[in-house]
Design a protein around this ligand. Structure first.
Ligand code: ATP
Length: 208
């Protein structure tokens, strides 16, 4: 069974908290590839600060050092709100032979049951939850989650959709909000983003 990672976000900007964690998941699960999919219109939050074009350009630069990850611009090309269910349906058509693994941070997972047609997600993909510092899930998960949880990464190979695995990835205490704040106050962000992304941000005066 080939597993394809699907990792959506605003990537405003992309940072090591995305890149390192998802690379770790990629290795643990031997994913054939991971698609990083920037949202055009995220349903659950304010619009991105940087344009889709800038966010895509920063992803392209960042992924030069992460060859197992690839940028997928399908949500930017699609009109309307960027619903994950539509993205998974479109990926399923393009990669019919692969098991889709939707990768989400634990903060995003906590809001999953408010996503558009959320139960349908389990018909199209398995879900990998990456624990995020200060936003961990585990203790009091709802019944719909508990019944789907597998104990280890190999458990996800048992069926092509409907399972959840919580991955205790190496914590990366980084967020795009923190990076935008740092840039606004003139602080360096080289600990958080690849050098080419930092140079791009300054060249185009993003977030300042
Ligand atoms: P913002 O601070 O603007 O909310 P963000 O840093 O959370 O942004 P997003 O692009 O919104 O980044 O996140 C995309 C996905 O990556 C989400 O599923 C989110 O939970 C996950 N994610 C972001 N940062 C981390 C991190 N440091 N560790 C694990 N997952 C992360």
């Amino acid at each position: 069974m080939r597993l394809l990672g699907v990792f959506g976000g605003t990537f405003d900007p992309v940072h090591y908290g995305h890149l390192r964690t998802v690379t770790e998941v990629q290795r643990t699960l031997s994913l054939s590839s991971v698609h990083l999919i920037p949202a055009a219109q995220p349903p659950h939050r304010a619009a991105a600060v940087a344009s889709g074009e800038h966010r895509l350009a920063m992803l392209d630069l960042a992924l030069q050092d992460f060859p197992d990850l690839q940028v997928d611009a399908r949500e930017l090309r699609r009109a309307g709100v960027s619903y994950t269910i539509d993205t998974l349906s479109s990926l399923k058509k393009d990669f019919a032979d692969e098991t889709l693994c939707l990768i989400v941070g634990s903060d995003a997972f906590q809001g999953l049951s408010s996503w558009h047609r959320w139960e349908g997600l389990f018909e199209l993909a398995n879900i990998v939850v990456m624990q995020r510092p200060d936003k961990q899930v585990g203790g009091n998960l709802p019944a719909w989650a508990i019944k789907r949880i597998v104990d280890d990464a190999n458990g996800l190979r048992k069926q092509a959709s409907g399972l959840i695995w919580i991955d205790e990835v190496t914590p990366q205490p980084i967020s795009a909000t923190r990076i935008r704040d740092a840039i606004r106050s003139g602080q360096p962000v080289s600990d958080y983003v690849p050098p080419a992304v930092e140079a791009y941000i300054h060249k185009h005066q993003l977030y300042s």
